[in-house]
Design a protein around this ligand. Structure first.
Ligand code: UT7
Length: 354
């Protein structure tokens, strides 16, 4: 699915980025922390993934806590607290039912606004962004809070070296407001896709209606996240490259016109491969995974929050992600003038989690 507008739409209503914020919990956990209990090494993890550190929630902290903390920073960055809608992308909601977004909206004091979750795993933020963008563009809302938040450590099998060392917990949030296509910060085009035939590549088999909770409880293992890493790697490179190329084509950006590639932070080799396929120099790809690992739905807004003070207003960016489902997507945006930019990198301000 592609949504985009051409020259005829210049000057027309668009969703514009108004604020950004990120949050990661606790202390940075180095790769060496896994060496005593898994057959792995700092060297393997760095060479094969580019990851050096990640953050995990402690017992008692849930995904909504991370989402609230990141959202407070995004709302402060936007300089205005009110929004008309909250969309939260997550694979690790506080509970299977109800959705986590209403709780986040309530704790933020946003009033009785519509609030709902989106489930598209690592592509979730781009799915949520597209929903927010099209709602604003059609006049259905003036301001929308879009959050990507995940606590993957709560579904990882601690004995599975294929996944345990890759993921980290965190949240990123973005405020979108109604504005104009010509403004810095405008979302210019989006593209989404899925292939349910590849659902087995990334899955938590148990706990849903197919493998019921009671059966899962007796076996235990199938409540954990599973991933066929090598196949996901290949599918991710292909889908992100094609999706990104699609939105570049829709907005007429050549590789030389793209200032930044903000790809889902799954693996440094994936970032390099996607950059190469798009004809972009490797250094245009934003790299944040070295410090936080793969934070799933949080990955793109968290990377943006971290880099916000280094990105110049008007820079042209391609966002792209791939995740379970399988799902994928891309967006062409420009970077806004922000009232204030908040980088995050730690949990120093614990008051943010309440
Ligand atoms: O977020 C959604 C999207 N997710 C992704 O995009 C993840 C995509 N996949 C990947 O990033 C990579 O496939 C992994 C990082 C998961 C794995 O890297 P790889 O280079 O594809 O490794 P592999 O699965 O081909 O395994 C190579 C070897 C195997 O050993 P043998 O069979 O060659 O003896 C694995 O058992 O590396 C082994 N291995 C490990 N060794 C040390 C796998 N995980 C580890 C580990 N430490 N943690």
């Amino acid at each position: 699915m592609t949504t985009a507008a051409g020259d005829r739409d210049r000057g027309t209503r668009a969703a514009v980025i108004a604020g950004i914020g990120g949050y990661v919990p606790g202390e940075a956990i180095p790769n060496t922390a896994f060496e005593h209990r898994l057959d792995t090494s700092d060297e393997w993890i760095r060479q094969r993934t580019g990851i050096g550190f990640r953050h995990f929630v402690s017992a008692g902290t849930a995904t909504s806590d991370l989402a609230v903390a990141a959202s407070r920073r995004a709302l402060a960055s936007a300089g205005e607290h009110a929004v008309d809608m909250v969309i939260l992308a997550t694979t690790t909601p506080d509970h299977p039912c109800p959705a986590t977004a209403p709780s986040v909206a309530s704790r933020l004091g946003l009033g009785p606004v519509p609030a709902f979750d989106v489930a598209a795993v690592c592509s979730g933020f781009l799915y949520a962004l597209m929903l927010a963008e099209s709602t604003i563009r059609s006049g259905g809302a003036e301001r929308v809070l879009v959050v990507g938040a995940d606590s993957f450590s709560t579904i990882l099998d601690p004995g599975d070296r294929n996944t345990a060392v890759i993921f980290g917990d965190g949240a990123g949030a973005m405020v979108l407001r109604a504005g104009n296509r010509d403004e810095d910060g405008a979302v210019l085009a989006t593209h989404l896709g899925s292939d349910g035939g590849q659902a087995d590549l990334i899955m938590v088999p148990g706990g849903g209606s197919r493998e019921r909770t009671s059966e899962s409880a007796s076996t235990g293992w199938n409540r954990y996240f599973t991933m066929q890493g090598k196949r996901v790697f290949e599918a991710a490179v292909a889908a992100m490259s094609e999706s990104a190329a699609s939105v570049m084509g829709r907005v007429g950006w050549t590789p030389a016109a793209v200032d930044r590639l903000v790809a889902h932070q799954a693996n440094l080799r994936i970032l390099r491969s996607v950059s190469y396929r798009l004809g972009l120099p490797a250094e245009r790809a934003l790299v944040h995974l070295d410090r936080v690992g793969n934070t799933s739905a949080a990955s793109i807004p968290l990377a943006l929050a971290d880099a916000a003070q280094r990105i110049g207003a008007g820079e042209r960016m391609i966002l792209t992600a791939f995740g379970g489902g399988t799902t994928w997507g891309a967006a062409a945006v420009t970077w806004p003038h922000l009232v204030s930019s908040h980088s995050h990198t730690g949990a120093q301000d614990d008051s943010l989690v309440s």
